[in-house]
Design a binder for this molecule. Sequence first.
Ligand code: BTN
Length: 358
Amino acid sequence: MGSVLKFTHAELQQKPRLGSRIPRPVHRVPKMVTDRRIDKLIHLLVKNAMVVVPGPKIASEIGVTRFTVWSWIEKLRSLGLEIRGVPREGYQLLTVPDILAPSLVRADLGDCSIGRTIIHYFRTDSTNAMALKLAAEGAEHGTVVVAEEQTAGRGRLGRTWFSEKGSGIYSSIILRPLLSPAAAPVLTLMAGLAAQKAVISSTGLAVDIRWPNDLLVNGKKVCGILTEMSAELDRLHAVVLGIGINVNHSLMPPELDHLATSLRMEVHRAVSRVQVLVALLREIERHYRLLLKSGNLAITERWEAASSFAHGKRVRVVTPAGEALATTTGVDPSGALKIQHDDGRQESLVAGEVVEVK
Ligand code: BTN
């Protein structure tokens, strides 16, 4: 059960070769081998943080030449890691990097089955797109895809997800529940609940959940979840929980500023992305087990207790059919949001979104 680190950063994909001026074409690089060694390098530096680690020791431990070590160190520096080179002695990591490298995340995951395999990208288009592809190729339950940056992060309702490099957690978790597609909405609520608990335990912030699963801090969004799946009529093949958390953004782009915030902007200090991701994966595992053991109600009741949107909230409801004003009256066991329209009609929402009306 290995962890896989995939660097799509163009430079990292070129295996350094002494004396060669022609970079090796990306498609010919034996990615698996090279990637694991770079992950090992990061792990070794972190394990010996603040100590000068001799170059030859690094080279022999990760099984590459000293030249390759030098070259990878240069590349990691270009990605923001602070590594001091001491001539004829070795390398010293000056600050513990907040990189979602599999070895760093897994070190704190214990026997958690979610995250047993972690696939990491410095840059990808969308971790959900990657996870769906991997799921179709047979990736096991609990496989997690993470990226430092997404170039085409997907949001709900056809929107995009702002995915600034190194600031957020962009993660997709593959689940393989023996359930029917009707279980998808409750899996979505389960993910929101788990993400809420993870953010609270890592920051102490007061976090609300807006149906179906946006996390809000002081009325602004810090986390969004996009659930995608492959299924037959009566059986889910795989569910991908795509979870984006704004962690260390120091400001939001002007067009999002009134809607979104980051954990850092709320707690006024940097927050460890590794720590938040570990908490998230543990909470997903805990809530998923609870769902399988105790059924939908165990999730929907907890969701109702955790969200100010569950009961008595005045909302504008936006669905493909149009917009309407309503008041929320709870969540039903399937995960649908119950609302009472201003004209008295009762409805159970299965899609769309709600916005608080003050
Ligand atoms: C929303 O619109 O609120 C859902 C946003 C989901 C964003 C995450 S980031 C990781 C994963 N990969 C994607 O392309 N989207 C999800």
